[in-house]
Write a protein that binds this ligand. Structure first.
Ligand SMILES: C[S@@+](CC[C@H](N)C(=O)[O-])C[C@H]1O[C@@H](n2cnc3c(N)ncnc32)[C@H](O)[C@@H]1O
Length: 258
């Protein structure tokens, strides 16, 4: 079986903040019949996962999974910062002083894009709807749950298909855009076996969206009827009218076992 590794994804991609709309993910979690106890999230910055914690009242354990060594280390440093910061302004201060210079260097030197700090914080708040940087209640809500987070440096498809894994929700972001398509049937079958709803983004970067759809349909998933509403409210990656160099137009897909 072909494995995805961080080289295929692109070693040069670094997620210091998400490019996804956490509010849409929260809305999707609230549509589920049962609140997940053991959700799995593909990582990136990990901020979407952290922001979702408040929507998981029955949480036992939450898995952060990323194949990138950098993202795993970054997420661990974010967890430490969360433990150490008692207010949103302290957390924003940490981000501005420690993380932003790295982000700036990465994007300006490596990619020729300039992102001023104010613009980054504005996007974090208004496009990606990450609340714990700006509001006390979400930050206070996250802190007691930090001990339930498990961090895995692993390929998400490999993680989900390991027979011993116990999970009841899978957040794939736009990984299905890039995952070698022959790996999709096993991935969806593993999620379906556990009865886990799946959240994903399917964008114009996907070489064959029909094949991805066929793979989930074959194992018994259907799209949640509110999938169109989720797509309409999405203000991050996949949004139809969002003009940013990193955006790819597409749609949000929330899959329910039939
Ligand atoms: C798909 S997005 C997730 C963005 C994320 N939601 C956030 O809040 O930043 C990018 C991340 O997915 C990771 N990734 C891509 N393909 C993967 C795979 N097959 N398994 C695990 N992680 C993967 C990349 O390393 C990158 O960190």
């Amino acid at each position: 079986m072909t494995k995805t590794n961080s080289k295929q994804w692109g070693d040069k991609s670094r997620f210091y903040i998400p490019n996804e709309d956490a509010r849409t993910v929260r809305a999707a979690l609230n549509l589920l019949d049962a609140s997940p106890r053991r959700p799995v999230f593909v990582g990136g910055s990990g901020m979407v996962l952290l922001d979702a914690l408040s929507e998981l009242p029955r949480l036992e354990e939450i898995a952060f999974v990323d194949i990138s060594e950098f993202q795993v280390a970054y997420f661990k440093s974010l967890l430490l910062a969360l433990k150490g910061c008692s207010t949103p302004s302290a957390l924003t201060g940490w981000f501005s002083e420690i993380i932003y210079p790295q982000l700036h260097y990465h994007f300006s030197k490596g990619r020729g894009h300039e992102y001023p700090l104010e613009g980054v914080l504005q996007a974090l708040k208004e496009l990606f709807h990450i609340r714990f940087f700006f509001e006390e209640e979400p930050l206070d809500g996250i802190k007691p749950l930090l001990g339930r987070i498990r961090v895995h440096e692993q390929d998400i498809a490999a993680f989900l298909t390991e027979p011993a894994r116990d999970y009841d929700f899978a957040y794939l972001s736009n990984v299905p855009d890039y995952l070698p398509q022959e790996r999709l049937p096993d991935l969806f079958a593993a999620c379906r076996l556990r009865g886990a709803p799946v959240y994903l983004l399917l964008t114009e970067a996907c070489p064959d969206a029909g094949k991805v759809r066929a793979a989930w349909e074959r194992v018994g998933y259907r799209e949640h009827p509110a999938t169109g509403d989720l797509t309409e409210q999405n203000s991050g990656l996949g949004a139809f009218n969002l003009k940013r160099v990193w955006n790819r137009r597409g749609r949000v897909v929330l899959l329910m076992p039939c």
